[in-house]
Design a protein. Sequence first.
Length: 116
Amino acid sequence: MADEKTLVTISVSTEDDVTRRMKAAFAGVPQGNHIRFATPELLWRTLTAKCWEILKAMTGQGPLSIREVARRVGRDVKAVHGDVTALVTAGVIDRSEAGVEFPYDAIHVDFTVEAA
């Protein structure tokens, strides 16, 4: 099982969707890892192009220092620190004594845009 990837689904979903997934989880149906945003606008405001670069650089890498993240994306440490702080605040990445971490090996983005 060492080759098994840890996938996270980033989605735009309603409270009803969350409640439905939670009930299914309590019933024993695996739901996988999810990061939920209430609206597409909130998702795009949080996951800017620069933040996506950071997530891609961090995916599957374990804990990293902010300096190392900045090196990997080729950006200024101060600017990366601001983006990392926003991602931590939004609950997208984790911060610990070891550094910052996006603890997933792959990302799936899932949302539907419907006619107004």
